[in-house]
Write a protein that binds this ligand. Structure first.
Ligand SMILES: NC(=O)c1ccc[n+]([C@@H]2O[C@H](COP(=O)([O-])OP(=O)(O)OC[C@H]3O[C@@H](n4cnc5c(N)ncnc54)[C@H](OP(=O)(O)O)[C@@H]3O)[C@@H](O)[C@H]2O)c1
Length: 283
């Protein structure tokens, strides 16, 4: 039996076992996908002895993504550029690392808004944290000509661009109203609007007609940003699609079948999100 898992600290909230468990059942594969808590002080040792754990590979979540990139013997070009990895696998006993957040974000956009790339000359990205790294890299890789990063800390945005060796403009939130009329794509990569976080206060009235809007936050599934975008007839995509699509390449490497992001899988995860929200509502 092939075994994979997701490692992180803490790890109880990861939905990866639900996603991979669905595909294992769907494809009748003799395999298993578990959660495994690895404490920060144990991570280097865990990764350096990866072949001894009986795993074909694993997903990596916070706070171990840098350690995963650092400890893998072979890394993809994306990992080399970003310095963080979320997918590991063994090949001839050696550890390989990839970062599938980039592919996940782009695949979800490709699936949900066909033709977005050809229509996007100017993309405005809100945020310059961990997730923004993958989004900015992905948009640049797809040839988006003009990128503007809007972040509370402008210095953090400049630092991220320096690290990625990407040229883009950096702006503040009070400049947004002058940026939105020329934006073809607006992406929220901040934690604003996420359950338990402050709201993302933004008025989309001035956003260019037909511009696409993406929010990578997926709790709640329909954020205020997406609600507003849909009300104003902008094509809009939520964060759950990115989460589902980023899981595809790992499953394929470990279990040898390229799985699909189906409406049934999406419904399964949505049901879990709803169940969690109800539980939290009661407590
Ligand atoms: N859909 C997916 O697959 C997926 C994948 C990864 C992450 N996510 C989601 O993406 C979000 C961000 O994650 P992350 O790992 O990038 O977090 P992070 O590294 O902590 O970055 C947080 C970002 O939010 C900004 N921010 C936070 N509080 C703010 C406030 N009060 N006002 C203005 N800006 C604020 C930060 O700005 P400063 O730099 O100024 O602090 C920074 O740009 C989370 O909601 C996470 O769940 C989704």
């Amino acid at each position: 039996m092939k075994r994979a898992c997701v490692i992180g600290y803490p790890i109880v909230h990861s939905r990866s076992p639900l996603i991979h468990g669905y595909w294992l059942r769907q494809h009748k594969i003799d395999g298993e996908y578990l959660r495994r808590e690895v404490r920060p002080e144990e991570i280097d040792d865990f990764l350096q002895n990866f072949a001894s754990h009986g795993l074909v590979g694993c997903n990596v979540t916070l706070p171990h993504k840098e350690a995963a990139a650092r400890n893998a013997k072979h890394v993809t070009a994306v990992v080399r550029a970003l310095g963080v990895a979320n997918t590991l696998w063994l090949e001839n006993g050696e550890l390989h690392a990839d970062n599938t957040d980039v592919a996940g974000f782009l695949a979800h956009l490709d699936d949900s808004i066909p033709g977005w790339q050809a229509r996007t000359e100017h993309a405005v990205v809100l945020g310059a944290g961990g997730a923004a790294r993958s989004i900015i890299y992905g948009l640049k890789a797809r040839g988006v000509a003009r990128l503007t990063i809007v972040n509370r800390s402008r210095e953090r945005a400049h630092e991220l661009l320096r690290e990625l060796k990407i040229e883009a403009a950096v702006a503040s939130y009070d400049e947004l109203s002058s940026l939105l009329p020329s934006a073809d794509l607006l992406v929220n990569t901040t934690s604003l609007g996420m359950k338990g976080q402050p709201p993302l206060e933004i008025d989309l009235e001035s956003l260019k007609k037909g511009a696409a809007v993406s929010d990578i936050v997926y709790v709640p599934l329909e954020t205020e940003l997406l609600r507003q975008a849909r009300e104003l007839d902008h094509p809009a995509v939520d964060g759950l699609g990115m989460l589902l699509h980023q899981a595809v390449p790992g499953f394929e490497r470990w279990f040898g079948v390229r799985p699909e992001v189906t409406p049934e899988l999406r419904a399964l995860i949505v049901a879990d999100l709803v169940k969690d929200a109800a539980k939290q509502g009661k407590s």
